[in-house]
Design a protein around this ligand. Structure first.
Ligand SMILES: [Zn+2]
Length: 768
């Protein structure tokens, strides 16, 4: 036994009762009772099933492949032996299409289900009690009774293979993982600006041209420059129709439906590079290399050209031949409609249709495609932007920009799949971010995923039934290897599996975390890469009666939190956290998780607090703050909490507008030093303000300028920088203080967002 395994077992034993010691299944079954004894899988056992049922023969083969893989030998079928493993499809009432009953005694294992899907899930639960790789150990399955069925019928995982291409082997590994944790839907994002990945016989250039782009490996996604003239397109790949058929069959054996996504009308630059006549301008294009788009790129199909619809119908016809899925995903997200605004043909079409906005043109586009899919007995599903301009009559909505699109669609009695960016975008950070592989941004930890529930409280019970389930999305701009992909989905997809399968009343994060440690052993055995945990202590400031307190918490149930306030890195000899910490002077707080005396994670969590006269005072805004950067509430600029150079939650952001704030000090206060902290992050379109103006007033109406501080740092500075704009004046009495941070306006020349509205970010206004 290796040392790590031993350590984990020692860690595990105290958490389980003796009887339950060996059974830890994810997702947690609806009902599980463990009994004494075990069934040993060996050559004295046979698999017994009705051989006239082809589904059962296939399920038996699936079972035998697993057993052969770990023991070197499969079992015989339908021969009298001392011990039997029964597979039975029979009507068993309330466990539904995917549920199963598993009954293990020393001489028999019985898996019963209404359908093959349940038989497979029963096997998956059983497999989790066995070793995962070749072993000479006895294959002992603990005696137990399980009654199990899912809470939601859409249990999905998505994968983008356009931003980076993944081999058929990796796709099969992904499907295996989905099946192990009882997902039933694989959403395969097959087309985008950076690559078309599906062979279409009628349009060979979609893959001979659209599947390839100039090689930008080694350059960050956000700085990948467009293809230069005569530069070869050598990086990419695609799936042949034969490979797709093989994968669809592989998935079906594991009860996974593959929902293909063919993006339209936007995100279609790769198709347009292959066939330029698909766009409004019909000008030649190149497949996009990464995050930097060339000038005059054409990402949209032209809805005013009937041949575009003929093309899409021909493509979808081949797609439907390959994928038996009831749902066909047509994208529909992030359509920049400028090309339609500039195209006289599109404008003429709008007038003919009586449309007043380009949103309605998108609605026309999607509705026309929906008619085609319905005529072929399929259902259209798209991202929540398909709501804009009018939802197609029978469309299912995938809600990604939060839950609001899903709520709106469910209230209109349309089916909904919840995939909100927070917490279900698995391309976001799950720990750190110090020590983590570079991610696109955001933060969705294991516990955030585990605590998610797909039915929002805004829906009543008659509307809730339209929520089919949920799905995590894995966009791959920053994920180019198998190892990195495994790391981003493991273990978050296990948390999601429990969200979707296990009754809400049975969910328990601490218990899940302990069962997860067994899965980590399995991942180690199989050589999978995974994130061992989010060891970053959460630091949460709260104000109470104008006094600042800090609450510390950890996602790791077995960790203890230690902290310092003197700037040193904490260890097991520092202060142990017990209760909220009062903050009454300017300090830097650092905190760590400690397990068994060992500091976890690569860097302590750190937060700077600054005490000053305006802490806890009310602030009003002339221009509203972006809903994407609300920081930690309306008093963010006077909560004593400083931001860091990461775009974390302590920043207020506004796009294209000035930040104009007025602080009410409550009473006339002596003021001689005022400053505001601002952030520049070139790659995120965030720039320091051109200047900051400070004014005071006693009535809140008539203000007197105290002075203006100009920015001295170039907007072309690419390293993240925090600058305090500080004004020092002879002491003045004032009740109101107005601070105006003048937005740079637009991103500067040479920036990827040149001419587009710039962001201004501020964290705190310090008054002394
Ligand atoms: Zn057009």
């Amino acid at each position: 036994m290796n040392k790590k395994l031993l350590y984990l077992l020692i860690l595990l034993i105290p958490f389980f009762g003796i009887a339950q010691q060996k059974v830890s299944i994810i997702p947690q079954p609806v009902s599980l009772s463990v009994q004494d004894g075990h069934f040993t899988i060996d050559k004295n056992a046979a698999v017994i099933f009705n051989k006239n049922e082809n589904d059962l023969l296939r399920a038996a083969n699936f079972f035998n492949a697993f057993i052969k893989n770990i023991s070197g030998e499969g079992l015989v079928y339908n021969i009298k032996k001392h011990k039997s493993i029964y597979l039975e499809i029979e009507k068993t009432g309330k466990i539904g299409d995917e549920g199963y009953l598993l009954d293990v005694t020393p001489t028999s294992i019985k898996i019963t289900a209404n359908d093959k899907a349940g038989i497979i899930y029963g096997m998956q639960s059983l497999f989790q009690t066995l070793p995962q790789i070749r072993t000479n150990a006895a294959l002992e399955v603990p005696c137990m009774k399980i009654v199990d069925y899912p809470q939601f019928k859409w249990r999905g995982m998505h994968l983008d293979v356009c931003r980076h291409f993944f081999s058929t082997d990796m796709i099969k590994e992904y499907i295996d993982l989905l099946s192990e944790y009882k997902f039933n839907t694989f959403h395969w994002h097959l087309t985008d600006d950076q690559g078309w990945r599906l062979e279409i016989k009628k349009y060979p250039k979609l893959t001979s041209v659209g599947a390839w782009r100039a090689d930008r490996r080694g350059i960050s996604w956000s700085e990948s420059q467009p293809t230069q003239p005569s530069e070869p397109a050598t990086y990419g790949g695609y799936y042949t129709q034969q490979q797709v058929r093989d994968i669809v069959a592989y998935a079906k054996e594991r009860n996974i439906t593959i929902v293909p996504e063919i993006e339209m009308p936007g995100h279609s630059e790769a198709a347009i590079a292959a066939y330029p006549w698909l766009s409004c301008t019909q000008q030649p294009q190149t497949t996009i290399t990464g995050g930097v788009y060339p000038k005059n790129f054409q990402s949209n199909y032209c809805p005013a050209n009937d041949s575009v619809f003929t093309f899409l119908e021909n493509v979808l016809t081949e797609v439907m031949q390959l994928f038996p899925s009831k749902y066909i995903h047509v994208g529909g997200d992030e359509v920049d409609k400028t090309s339609w605004k500039n195209d006289p043909k599109c404008q003429a079409l709008m007038r003919k249709l009586g449309d007043t906005s380009e949103d309605q043109l998108q609605s026309y586009f999607i509705q026309r495609i929906e008619k085609f899919l319905i005529a072929h007995h399929r259902k259209l599903i798209g991202w929540d932007e398909i709501l804009e301009g009018g939802l197609a009559p029978e469309a299912t909505v995938m809600s990604w920009r939060g839950e609001s699109g899903g709520i709106q669609a469910a209230k209109m009695h349309h089916d909904v799949v919840m995939t909100p960016g927070t917490p279900l975008y698995f391309d976001h950070y799950q720990a750190g971010p110090a020590g983590e592989p570079l991610a696109i941004g955001g933060f969705n930890s294991l516990k955030m995923v585990y605590d998610y529930y797909p039915v929002p409280k805004e829906l009543d019970s008659s509307e809730a039934k339209y929520v089919l389930g949920a799905q995590a999305n894995v966009w791959t701009e920053f994920i180019s290897t198998r190892e990195h992909l495994e790391y981003m989905v493991l273990p978050r997809m296990l948390a999601l599996s429990e969200v979707l399968w296990t009754p809400k009343s049975e969910k328990d994060y601490t218990d899940f975390y302990h069962r997860l440690q067994n899965q980590f052993i399995a991942f180690d055995e199989k050589g999978f890469h995974y994130c061992p945990g989010n060891f970053t202590v959460a630091i949460k400031p709260t104000t109470e009666n104008e006094k600042l307190f800090v609450t510390l918490s950890s996602e790791i149930p077995d960790a203890q939190i230690y902290y310092t306030t003197n700037g040193t890195d904490p260890d097991a000899t520092s202060n142990k956290y017990e209760n909220p910490i009062p903050i009454d002077s300017s300090v830097t707080l650092k905190a760590v998780d400690i397990i068994g005396g060992k500091v976890m994670g690569v860097k302590p969590a750190e937060q700077k607090f600054v005490m000053h006269k305006a802490v806890g005072k009310n602030v009003t805004y002339t221009n509203p703050v972006s809903r994407y950067y609300p920081a930690d509430g309306p008093n963010t600029l006077t909560d004593g909490v400083r931001g860091t150079t990461a775009v974390n939650k302590y920043w207020h952001g506004l796009q294209g507008k000035d930040l104009i704030t007025t602080i009410d000090m409550g009473t006339e206060t002596s003021v001689k030093n005022i400053s505001i902290g601002c952030l520049q992050r070139y790659t995120d379109w965030i720039f320091l303000p051109q200047s900051v103006t400070f004014e005071i007033s006693n009535d809140g109406k008539n203000f007197t300028e105290l002075g203006t501080v100009k920015n001295t740092i170039s907007p072309d500075e690419k390293s993240p920088v925090i600058k305090n704009f500080t004004l020092i004046v002879p002491a003045q009495k004032a009740r109101f203080i107005r601070v105006t941070a003048k937005n740079l306006g637009v991103c500067p020349k040479g920036h990827p967002g040149e001419g587009q509205p710039a962001w201004v970010f501020a964290d705190e206004i310090v008054v002394n």
